[in-house]
Design a binder for this molecule. Sequence first.
Ligand code: GDP
Length: 457
Amino acid sequence: MSTICAVSTPPGVGGIAVIRISGEGALAAAGRVFFPFDSDKRVSNMPGYTCAYGEVRDKTGRTVDDAVLTVFRAPRSYTGEDVCEISCHGGVFVTRKILRLCIDAGCTPAMAGEFTKRAFLNGKLSLTQAEAVSDMLSAEGDLALSSASLARKGRLYAGIKAISDSLIKSLGELAAWVDYPEEDIPEVDEGELLLTLKDDRAALKKLLRDYDSGMIIKNGVDTVIAGKPNVGKSTLMNLLLGYERSIVTDIAGTTRDVIEESVRLGAVTLKISDTAGIHGTDDTVEKMGVALAKNRLAECRLIIAVFDISQPLDDEDTELLEYIASLDKKTVIVLNKTDRAQAVDKSGFLKYSDKIIAISASSGEGRDELSEMIETMFTPEDYNADSTVFANERQKLCAEKALGCIEDAIAALEAGLTLDAVTVTVDRAAEHLAELTGEKASEAVVNEVFSKFCVGK
Ligand code: GDP
């Protein structure tokens, strides 16, 4: 395999930058660009886990930068190959220049995720762990980070592996019985097998249940701000975001499309969309917005329903309240414009939700109370930072397919079908799990996973 190099620190100016080289030729390449100040030291002779202080020189022998070289010897490195890391001063120009020198010294520029891909191919981490590395790089909140780092440590892998081991053990017994009927192999105890499969099913189901809460951790609480035009939805969104994002105007119905933004409230991240509101309209464009808004309401996790406290409730408001109540979701009712004379009373809303808060979106009064209310609605029982969750849809889909097969196997056993039929479905379940962890993932899947990484990782 070729020797690859890339800048592994984020682009931009920093205290230091790290250029990582990995592959058989890593030490040779590093030795062509990096020269230890200690003249007794030779890069090619440096043992693993040692550093040298020295300078990077270009081909004419001119000094480019002072740097520290760290050497990792295969297989004890991130990628499992020989790895050299040049830590230089973090200027963009210097870093690029050193990268260029490494390329001139025989390295190939690394592709996105190639270091981690090599680590996976060398058995340094499982596919689920690799995906967790990618999650850690993009984790938005503390909870997301701790969940991703648990997955990186292999907790998810261990969970799946336990189920898959159990399936394979059952398969072994089944296969022996099915394939060598003439041998004196103990008969498969169908009752026992059924119990084992039911345990496997329960374990997988739990992992899948955790997935939903995992999505909250990773992507934030899917939130919709609803309300008829001009009640102050955009203003509220801007207040939560802390800056001007959607256009606030006085003309009713201007927020036609759905805008999405993330906002952090303590440990909770909200993924908010500001919608066109739910109101009868003849305007086609607006109609589409309304349909979109209804869809979004039906699928989101948190609804922030906004009403103008300075106006009496009308049919549109009631329709929205009724619709939301019919959805039976976590809902906060925001009575906006408290800075104006009050035309409605809080008590009229109580039958729709007990989470009611009066604010002035334009002055910011009540923002903290609203944040606190929402935070308490989602922590801590709504997600458990300790639970190991699937990182993405790919993993979830594999688990769902495996679950389906286990269900089939259980049904086959209970219906008294032949053990052949049971064997086939258990085998398929095990295959899906092997695809999940990457033990049997196709090249296409592997490439897809690593394409989501950035260069240098
Ligand atoms: P949307 O159509 O629901 O998104 O409403 P906007 O956010 O565009 O607000 C409509 C109008 O109400 C704008 O003129 C806002 O400045 C005004 N507005 C929003 N919040 C408040 C508030 O708390 N107090 C007052 N007095 N006006 C507000």
